[in-house]
Design a protein around this ligand. Structure first.
Ligand code: KG4
Ligand code: ZN
Length: 354
């Protein structure tokens, strides 16, 4: 592989448009030169969740201005780009098509190859952009809005699924519980903020599969338990759930967060123990959760295990992780970029199928 490759990455799988430029120098860890992000949160807020059609239209508006911004920040021009990477899946089909279409058009116009990246591989490898990058092998806890998985990671593209959720993802449990407490969208960060003021032991909510022998998760029952508890409290006070006193809502939020975090921490440690590995990597939006980080840090410190996270601002969706995953795949020889611009996307795409 030629030295000093500049890889442009475009993320458009859901409600953030992200663009980034990463530089690959030989075998050294690729370096992030610049990245830019536009969050659609404000736009979707009025609807209480992501509206796929609006997401696609907004990606179209944002992606080229963000690309110009990234190139200007990195002091590069279009002509400097060697490879154009994009999120190929999983995600919203229309939203993915925007990133794929723009990436392939750019590639064709610049006569440069393109490379489709797995969104979760982007999350998984995003800690390599941090000041404390991990080393292979490690156990990865992937916790995003759509996925909750424990993987054994032996190298780039060498992923073995150890366990996953059998129903809702951890992010979904945060989002759905937040919605029924009247906290709106995006629910995870809002619930986490409110939980800071509450008592995590106020309500005993279920910890599904906490003591199961396998490494699977189940979060669907938790939101039902939160709803039952909230409705019981609201009935006593003769008010709507959202109108419950602030301290009661905070206690509910804190108890919900505590239930999710306890299961994630216990299963991550079990995965480390079962695999005999010493290193945990946490990635995906829920990896930004403060309580999860605190409890994982404490548990890993007690057992002399290492734990790595992406930088906080790179936990949720962004272009840097897509450019980084592409760069690391190219560097490791797992994949080469292609000048075939007949793109397709994969809205459903299991990571261990890579
Ligand atoms: O990885 P991500 O940005 O998008 C997906 O690929 O799904 O993850 C988004 C998920 C959402 O469910 C969001 O509520 C959750 O991550 N999230 C959080 C926090 N920040 C984002 N959940 C709990 N605490 C947070 N601080
Ligand atoms: Zn994501």
């Amino acid at each position: 592989m030629a030295n000093n490759l500049q890889v442009l990455g475009i993320e458009s799988s859901c409600d953030e448009t992200g663009v980034a430029l990463v530089e690959v120098c030989g075998n050294a860890l690729p370096v992030l030169l610049a990245h830019a992000l536009h969050s659609q949160i404000e736009m979707h807020q009025a609807y209480g969740g992501v509206v796929p059609e609006l997401a696609s239209r907004d990606h179209i508006r944002r992606v080229l201005p963000l690309t110009e911004q990234v190139l200007a920040q990195a002091k590069r021009t279009l002509a400097d780009i060697d490879v154009v990477a994009f999120t190929r899946g999983p995600g919203l089909a229309g939203a993915l098509l925007v990133g794929a279409g723009v990436a392939c058009a750019l590639g064709a116009a610049l006569k440069k190859p393109v490379l489709g990246v797995h969104h979760l591989e982007g999350h998984l490898l995003s800690p390599f952009l941090s000041a404390d990058p991990p080393e292979f092998p490690f156990v990865a806890l992937l916790v995003s809005g759509g996925h909750t998985q424990l993987m054994r990671v032996d190298g780039v593209g060498r992923y073995t699924l150890l366990g996953e959720t059998i129903d809702d993802a951890a992010g979904e449990a945060f989002d759905k519980s937040a919605k029924l407490l009247g906290l709106g969208y995006p629910g995870g960060p809002a619930l986490a903020r409110l939980a800071e003021q509450g008592n995590p032991a106020a309500f005993r909510l279920p910890r599904p599969l906490l003591n199961s022998a396998n490494l699977d998760f189940s979060f669907a029952g938790l939101k039902t338990a939160v709803m039952v508890q909230a409705k019981k409290l609201a009935a006593v006070q003769a008010c709507a759930v959202e109108a419950l006193p602030a301290n009661v809502l905070a206690d509910l939020a804190a108890s919900t967060q505590a239930a999710i975090v306890e299961v994630l921490v216990k299963k991550s440690l079990a995965a480390l123990q079962q695999s005999g590995l010493q290193r945990l990597v946490v990635a995906g939006g829920v990896g930004a959760n403060r309580m999860l980080r605190q409890q994982l840090n404490a548990a890993c410190a007690r057992q002399r295990l290492r734990v790595h996270y992406p930088e906080l601002h790179l936990c949720t969706d962004n272009g840097a992780m897509i450019a980084m995953a592409a760069a690391m795949r190219l560097q490791s020889g797992q994949q080469s970029a292609s000048k075939v611009y007949a793109f397709d996307v994969k809205p459903r795409w299991p990571l261990d199928a890579l």
